[in-house]
Ligand binder design. Structure first.
Ligand SMILES: Cc1ncc(COP(=O)(O)O)c(C=O)c1O
Length: 402
């Protein structure tokens, strides 16, 4: 048995049963047996600019030759960390905000939860500790994010998780209103993805995010958007907050910030929230060893440069239009029940278990995710029209024969 223990996998599965990816360019991957795959999931929803981009590789290499790594704990900083932070906030709805950096989406989520509670503690609202999560929400696998996620099987089997977490169902702002009416004086924050990703690609109902914003404002609670999937173009704007026109107090990002070339994540704090913790003499007692890692920050700067120069935020909307043309044709032929999503992230509803369809697509060289009765499509934002066409044709074939 191999020493490698895979995440979200059966530990008993032999290493030889895994697909061994050895190289990649654009939206195409190559396995060790020479088989090629279309990367219909941008790896794990993160590879916005496609694989093998020498601009990012060169930027990381140059940075590592100059300064491979150094901490940004007080009293140190480095130019790449500052540059990346300035660039990231400039694309966000908080251009005058601040950024707290980490490496993974899970670190960003747990940091956002801590920051939200910290702000309430510092306001003197010591009883405001409840985190409100949404059904189907996915917020990573650290203890905070495991507690705050609305996918029950992921929360089970670990013993007790965080106390003071409550759940609201999707799509019904009335339920959220009731929860706030009863517990609003103890709610620190609501955490929500703008579009729920790993929980099955659920786009918010009209007015839902606005409703959460209103309830948070009425009860002095904070709104956290987890933009780990939505950020950096996926929804057709730089951030989901902009696509849906709702501005959170704190927002997490990861994945698309570097397209995965180096691990980087963070929390954007609005200026108001940042000011609240900026009292002279107050020490922020939390942070990660690799925060502000120069190589990761160099990757972010180069990656954001590509997203900008190649117009990939608009390209995401184009991917949406092209995909929908294909989905509509399959619905008209009675092969698809329905579909949902926005710009670069979609779930198609096939009306039966998706596992055989996903397996057939993999055999045909197209990687998608199967979730219940849904097939998920979240390609690199550089995916070509021909590749979108190949995805639709393969989907049609797989539904027809499996
Ligand atoms: C919305 C969201 N939050 C947090 C995470 C966790 O990120 P990571 O796996 O980098 O810890 C993910 C990962 O898919 C995610 O989709």
């Amino acid at each position: 048995m191999s020493a490698l223990l895979h995440p979200f996998a059966e530990p008993a599965k032999p290493e030889s049963d895994f697909i061994n990816i050895v190289s990649a360019t654009g939206s195409m991957l190559t396995a060790d047996d020479g088989k090629q795959y279309l990367d219909g999931m941008a790896s794990l929803w993160y590879c916005q600019v496609g694989h093998g981009r020498t601009e990012i590789i060169d930027a990381v290499t140059a940075q590592m030759h100059q300064l491979e790594a150094y901490s940004i704990f007080d009293p140190f900083t480095n130019p790449r960390a500052r540059e990346a932070a300035d660039l990231i906030v400039s694309k966000s709805p908080h251009p005058d905000g601040r950024v707290f950096l980490g490496c993974s989406g899970s670190e960003a989520v747990d940091s956002a939860l801590k920051l939200a509670r910290l702000v309430q503690q510092r306001r003197g609202a010591t009883d405001k500790q409840i985190i409100v999560r949404r059904t189907h929400g996915y917020h990573g696998t650290n203890v905070g994010g495991t507690s705050a996620q609305g996918i029950a099987p992921n929360r089970e089997g670990w013993g007790d998780l965080l106390p003071h977490v409550m759940e609201i169902p999707n799509g019904n702002i009335e339920e959220a209103s009731k929860l706030f009416a009863e517990h609003g004086d103890r709610i620190a924050a609501v955490i929500s993805e703008p579009v729920q990703g790993a929980g099955g690609v659920h786009v918010p109902e009209d007015g839902y995010l606005e409703g959460l914003r209103r309830l948070c404002d009425q009860h002095d609670s904070l709104l956290i958007f987890d933009e780990v999937i939505c950020g950096f173009g996926r929804t057709g704007s730089w951030f989901g907050a902009q696509t849906f026109g709702v501005t959170p107090d704190l927002m997490t990002f990861a994945k698309g910030v570097t397209s995965g070339y180096q691990p980087l994540s963070g929390v954007i704090l609005s200026r108001r929230i940042a000011d609240e913790i900026s009292e002279p003499g107050f020490l922020l007692r939390t942070g990660y060893t690799y925060a502000g890692h120069p190589a990761s920050c160099a990757a972010a700067v180069a990656n954001i440069g590509i997203i900008e120069s190649e117009g990939l935020v608009d390209r995401a909307s184009h991917i949406g239009r092209k995909s929908v043309e294909g989905f509509d044709a399959l619905v008209a032929d009675g092969l698809l029940a329905s579909y949902r999503g926005v710009a670069g992230v979609w779930a198609v509803e096939i009306g039966r278990d998706s596992a055989p369809v996903k397996a057939k697509m993999l055999e045909e060289g197209v990687i998608v995710r199967g979730m219940g009765e849904n097939i998920i499509w979240c390609p690199p934002l550089v995916v070509t029209d021909d590749e979108i066409g190949r995805f639709i044709e393969t989907l049609e074939k797989a539904i027809s024969v499996s």
